[in-house]
Design a protein around this ligand. Sequence first.
Ligand code: HEC
Length: 105
Amino acid sequence: MLRLVSTLAGFAGFLLMTSLASSSVAVSEDVQAVYQQRCGACHEGSAKELALGTLVVHQGAIITRKRKLELRAFLNQHGRSRPDEIDQLYTLLQNHLAEGGPPAR
Ligand code: HEC
């Protein structure tokens, strides 16, 4: 009996993990598509290259390197994205900045 319970618990955990894993992949594929659609026409390379090349963190805020604008304010006037797309792109670029390191290709 004990063995059955632990097998079931293990199976439930497995189901939970696979559903979490597949949902996070779906989200990141969406946001990559948004990036390609809204930014990729003008910006060559990956979102990570853009993040590491053009953004800096200053006093906890993400600022564009050249214009020194806060990223969200900048995206409100650059790239013609909807507010929900801006939220996703902000998170994507923030994550890439936090990862740091050489740009992924
Ligand atoms: C119509 C073409 C075009 C589109 C679409 C576009 N950009 Fe740009 N982007 C530019 C140009 C041109 C520059 C300016 C290069 C410069 O002067 O530094 C720029 C600059 C930037 C900078 C640096 C700004 C600074 O002050 O340093 C960032 C960050 C940026 N773009 C992000 C994005 C993101 C994210 C998207 C998608 C939401 C996007 N861009 C869409 C053309 C575009």
